[in-house]
Design a binder for this molecule. Structure first.
Ligand SMILES: [Zn+2]
Length: 196
């Protein structure tokens, strides 16, 4: 396995439509392994093939579970989506989002809160998955990459530097940090990086 270079916004490859995979090849299998390794290395929860310069309809995700206090549970849930097709979406939710292709930035994005998706796994077996919350958001964000879209196109308000924002523990949205007086306790949840 090897780390791949992650393309950043401004690279024209991120605006191109990706082509379906006809079959699983050794080359694609190596790509999938490399994408997981690159995603974990950069502490991301999702990575799409065009982000590593490959215009194929393929993305990988691993969205951590959280305990009751919102801390990530260190347990792997890698999932590969090949030739994905969004079957249905429901609802709407605004949450903080980031992207490995736009390093150290974050913004609020409104997306459906539930998704039903069909895709193929790395054995090219078809599966259907229903997802909500952060898993749905990650799937929809990565799917957009395959269509040549990046989340900054749909960001609400400015793209903020990740150091300048705090996350509202109740809504999951980000906002600019407010000045805190000395000794004032913050009950905000630890800001989680949402790098997709
Ligand atoms: Zn992204």
């Amino acid at each position: 396995m090897a780390l791949r270079e992650v393309r950043v916004a401004g690279d024209p490859i991120l605006t191109k439509l990706c082509r379906p995979l006809k079959e699983m090849t050794e080359r694609m299998s190596v790509l999938i392994d490399d994408m997981f390794e690159t995603m974990y290395d950069q502490e991301g929860v999702g990575l799409a093939a065009p982000q590593v310069g490959v215009l194929r309809r393929l993305f990988v995700i691993d969205v951590p579970d959280e305990d009751e206090d919102g801390n990530e549970i260190d347990e792997k849930h890698p999932i590969v989506f090949i030739n994905p097709e969004i079957l249905e979406t429901r609802g709407e939710k605004t949450l903080a989002e980031g992207c490995l292709s736009i390093p150290n930035k974050v913004a609020n994005v409104t997306r459906p809160e539930w998704v039903k998706i069909k895709a193929y796994d790395r054995d090219m077996q078809e599966f259907v998955m229903e997802a909500d919350d952060m898993l749905a958001r990650t799937i929809l964000h990565e799917y957009d990459h395959l269509e040549g879209h990046i989340y900054s196109e749909m960001a609400e308000g400015p793209m903020w530097d990740i150091e300048d924002v705090e996350e509202d523990g109740d809504t999951g949205k980000v906002r600019l940090k407010t000045a805190k007086g000395p000794g004032r306790k913050s009950n905000r949840k630890k800001h989680r990086r949402r790098r997709l």
